[in-house]
Ligand binder design. Structure first.
Ligand SMILES: Cc1cc2nc3c(=O)[nH]c(=O)nc-3n(C[C@H](O)[C@H](O)[C@H](O)COP(=O)(O)OP(=O)(O)OC[C@H]3O[C@@H](n4cnc5c(N)ncnc54)[C@H](O)[C@@H]3O)c2cc1C
Length: 183
């Protein structure tokens, strides 16, 4: 099946056309979204999780925090750092989430992010010079540029440990590295 056929067989849904499709709503993807929008591109981010933050959305186990100084672990534009201060030198995941909310409030990023949407495949349509991208919600999107900001630790790894399936799963989450923690 070629890319054009894929675009016309997606559950009868309309095919959205973009200038840029970015994958991932961590630091890298959010920067791309803001930067490319300001350059006038029609851009959307697809994110597998239900909120922004990337690794800081997925990693919320007790004690999770950065080991880089907080003043360095943030975007460098003045409109974002001017009225933001971490309360700790090495901020925790809770503060990182608050920071991402602050960034979202300032830049209005969420309106161009489709959450709970995992990109599952992509092909380049050489006839139209576009990427044809499939996602977990059955949608097909065409984009001139396809920018992968998927991080280095976003792929879950579930180790083969005896008794793992009996681990309490009430409000457990899986970290980006595949560990499950009960919140
Ligand atoms: C516990 C922890 C502590 C860290 N501490 C530091 C630190 O102190 N200093 C430092 O410099 N770095 C640190 N890092 C590294 C961290 O990965 C980077 O700092 C930074 O957050 C990476 O941002 P990113 O946008 O590149 O990727 P990520 O934040 O990983 O974001 C990638 C996003 O892509 C999404 N995604 C992936 N595949 C798909 C798909 N197919 N479809 C849709 N969405 C997808 C994921 O859901 C994820 O939200 C730490 C990482 C962890 C896990």
């Amino acid at each position: 099946m070629n890319a054009t056929q894929l675009a016309t067989t997606a559950n009868g849904k309309a095919v959205e056309e973009l200038d840029v499709l970015v994958v991932g709503a961590g630091f890298a993807g959010l920067y791309q979204l803001d930067h490319l929008r300001k350059l006038g591109y029609n851009v959307k981010v697809f994110e597998a999780g239900s909120d922004i933050g990337g690794v800081w959305y997925w990693n919320c186990y007790p004690g999770a925090r950065v080991d880089t100084y907080g003043p360095l672990y943030q975007f460098s534009s003045e409109e974002l750092w001017r009225d933001w201060n971490y309360s700790e030198l090495y901020p925790s995941w809770e503060e990182l989430r608050a920071y991402f909310s602050h960034v979202d409030k300032k830049l209005g990023l969420s309106r161009d992010i489709r959450f709970n949407t995992r990109v599952t495949g992509a092909e380049f349509d050489t006839d139209r010079d576009q990427w044809v991208v499939q996602a977990s919600d059955g949608s097909v999107t065409r984009a001139k540029f396809f920018v992968l900001c998927t991080g280095l630790a976003a792929k879950p790894y579930i180790p083969s440990i005896a008794g793992l399936k009996d681990f309490p799963s009430g409000r457990a989450r899986t970290s980006a590295l595949g560990f499950r923690f009960v919140g």
